[in-house]
Design a protein around this ligand. Structure first.
Ligand SMILES: [Zn+2]
Length: 154
C-alpha cells in the first residue's frame, strides 16, 4: 500500500463510517481490520505492541468525480505516523494550533523516508493534494458504504 496524502473534501467532513455505527459495532470492525493485517501498519509495517503503541483503522475512499459518489473501497490498519501523512491537512492544523512545529516535521520526515523522496517531491505532493481537495470541496458527495461487509469479516 502506497503512502499518499488523501485530503477529504471539506464538503464531506464529518461524513465517516464511524459515525454510522454504534461504539461497540465500530470496535468490532476496527478489531477485524487489525486482525486482517496481523496488527501491522499496512503501509510501513510497524507492529502494534512492538514498534508502535496503537494502530488506526483508516477508511480508504474513492471519489468518483463524474457521479459525485464517495465510495468506501477499503479499511486498512495504519500507524499514527502514516495516518498523520495521509491526513496531512489535519496534521498541519494540529501542529499550528498546538504551536508545535515538531509534529509536522516528524510527519514530513516519515513521508520522505517511506516514499524515499526529497523535500521538493513532498512539497509537490502537498500542492497537488491541495489542488484536488479544492476542486472536490466545491461538490457535495454522496456516501456509498455498500462494500463495508465485503471489506471486513464480522
Ligand atoms: Zn505506518
Amino acid at each position: 500500500m502506497k503512502l499518499e496524502i488523501e485530503l477529504i473534501p471539506q464538503t464531506a467532513w464529518g461524513e465517516n463510517l464511524r459515525s454510522m455505527f454504534t461504539a461497540s459495532q465500530w470496535t468490532k470492525i476496527r478489531n477485524a481490520v487489525y486482525k486482517k493485517y496481523d496488527n501491522k501498519c499496512t503501509i510501513c509495517g510497524a507492529e502494534k505492541g512492538k514498534d508502535v503503541k496503537r494502530l488506526n483503522a483508516h477508511e480508504v475512499w474513492e471519489f468518483d468525480d463524474k457521479t459525485n459518489k464517495q465510495i468506501l473501497v477499503n479499511i486498512i490498519a495504519v500507524c499514527d505516523r502514516c495516518h498523520g501523512c495521509i491526513h496531512y491537512g489535519r496534521t498541519q492544523q494540529t501542529s499550528k494550533e498546538l504551536n508545535d512545529p515538531s509534529i509536522l516535521e516528524r510527519i514530513n520526515e516519515h513521508y520522505m523516508k517511506i516514499n524515499n523522496c526529497d523535500e521538493a517531491k513532498l512539497t509537490m505532493d502537498i500542492f497537488n493534494a491541495k489542488l484536488l481537495w479544492m476542486q472536490r470541496s466545491t461538490k457535495k458527495w454522496e456516501l456509498d458504504i455498500s462494500k463495508v461487509f465485503d471489506i471486513v469479516d464480522i
